[in-house]
Ligand binder design. Structure first.
Ligand SMILES: [Zn+2]
Length: 147
């Protein structure tokens, strides 16, 4: 039995956790008032019931859905890499590789070398000022015939 002056575990509202308290007095054999040993606050005794009420949360379905997205992006990049690799293999050794300059004009099938993206293949003319080029991991819209 717990007596007045004994140490007892109770929930402290000030510290917001179960801490050691001292029993101040009892009513009808039940601990009624305690004092927190940590902050010194006196308050009504609350049994440390936190552990029983807490249930482990199930993994949220949103997390599972989110983890699928990088996979899809990764596949897209892989597809580009395969296409780029095929074009690189079929490229003849003496095929001209033009250094990319946005002032020049390019045609579908031409091979360019971009200072940032590397070797690319002109895939589609977007307008008289821009075209799409396939690089090893991305398709870029590049400007041409500018300036
Ligand atoms: Zn406290």
């Amino acid at each position: 039995m717990t007596s007045v002056g004994d140490r007892i575990d109770a929930y402290c509202l000030k510290c917001k956790m179960v801490l050691a308290h001292v029993v101040l007095f009892k009513v009808n054999g039940q601990v009624n008032r305690v004092q927190c040993k940590t902050c010194g606050a006196e308050h009504k005794y609350r049994p440390p019931a936190g552990r029983e009420t807490k249930t482990p949360r199930l993994a949220s379905p949103r997390k599972v859905a989110a983890s699928k997205k990088p996979l899809a992006d990764g596949k897209k990049v892989a597809d580009l890499a395969i296409r780029w690799g095929e074009k690189s293999r079929t490229l003849s050794a003496d095929a001209p590789v033009r250094n990319y300059s946005m002032k020049e004009i390019y045609r579908v099938g031409e091979v360019i070398h971009h200072p940032t993206f590397g070797v690319g293949f002109v895939e589609k003319i977007a307008s008289d000022k821009s075209f799409y080029a396939l690089f090893c991991d991305s398709v870029k819209l590049l400007g041409m015939n500018v300036g």
